[in-house]
Design a protein around this ligand. Structure first.
Ligand SMILES: Cc1cc2nc3c(=O)[nH]c(=O)nc-3n(C[C@H](O)[C@H](O)[C@H](O)COP(=O)(O)O)c2cc1C
Length: 255
């Protein structure tokens, strides 16, 4: 019983404590710790146990080379690159449009960027291609012959990584931004056609602990962010989906 209470508290704390962090300290992450995170995360479930995820860990010079090339490409407005898939809908609508606007306004608000300051927005987006300063970049790929189900599987792996990192005092930011430049990632990481792997598919990347981003000039969004209506709305819809009692739903919403 005590164990199950401790387990619940630990898992809940990792889930509640995870945030998309956008400012990291450069402090290196121990290789052994990285291996541990990836190993435990690979316990993620996958349809018929395909385990379709592939992760490419970049540190040091390898990370820097990708960062330099990606930033140069971003400065050239991504010339010559076409994303291989739509991560987002072509047109946002309804509540999704509102949520998308809110996250943009919140982030740019923290940075003091106002509407119309396109150059500053672009500069902030460029931080994606620096892994937000994180010393570790993770690029994910899936054999492009795999079906949509494998993308779901990949998401379970990604979430495991983020939670396992959090449980070890590290922070992360998933980054679809890398999927904007599939050709670059493909070239830089030396992927070959023969092994069927294509880069830039799910272009998520992860970085290490921000040390509560002390010393960073870029505030992390969570620090000034109360529990968002978006989070509460999601809890609300889960209540409907999962048939929680009204009391349990109220307790969840109060978190
Ligand atoms: C698959 C995926 C891709 C994302 N891509 C980016 C990205 O490219 N850049 C970024 O700053 N945040 C990215 N995010 C972070 C989301 O904006 C963030 O998770 C969301 O706003 C909720 O905030 P939270 O993670 O702090 O709870 C991504 C999140 C996910 C799950």
């Amino acid at each position: 019983m005590t164990d199950s209470i401790a387990l619940k508290a630990a898992v809940d704390a990792a889930m509640r404590g995870r945030h998309a962090v956008r400012a990291f300290l450069p402090t290196p992450v121990d290789d052994e710790l990285l291996r541990e995170i990836l190993a435990v995360s690979s316990r993620a479930p996958s349809g018929t146990n395909l385990q379709p995820w592939r992760v490419h860990v970049l540190t040091g010079a390898a990370r820097q080379a990708l960062v330099d090339a990606a930033c140069a490409l971003h400065d050239a407005d991504g010339a010559g690159e076409t994303p291989e898939y739509d991560y987002y809908p072509r047109e946002f609508f309804g509540e999704y449009l509102a949520r998308r606007r809110k996250i943009g306004l919140d982030l740019y608000g923290l940075l003091g960027i106002v509407k119309g300051e396109g150059a500053r927005m672009k500069a902030q987006f460029r931080r994606n291609y620096e892994f937000f300063g994180a010393p570790v970049g993770l690029i994910f790929s899936i054999d492009r012959r795999m079906g949509k189900g494998s993308w779901l599987d990949y998401g379970t792996f990604l979430q495991n990584i983020m939670l396992a990192a959090r449980a070890r005092g590290l922070d992360t930011c998933p980054q679809a931004a890398w999927s904007e430049y599939p050709g670059l990632v493909w070239r830089m990481l030396g992927f070959g056609e023969t092994d069927g792997v294509r880069a830039g598919e799910p272009g998520a990347a992860t970085g290490a602990e921000a040390g509560a981003d002390a010393g960073s000039s870029v505030p992390n969004q969570r620090r000034n962010r109360p529990p968002s209506p978006l989070a509460l709305a999601l809890v609300g819809s889960r209540r409907v989906s999962w048939g929680l009692s009204a009391a349990a739903a109220a307790a969840a919403a109060a978190v």
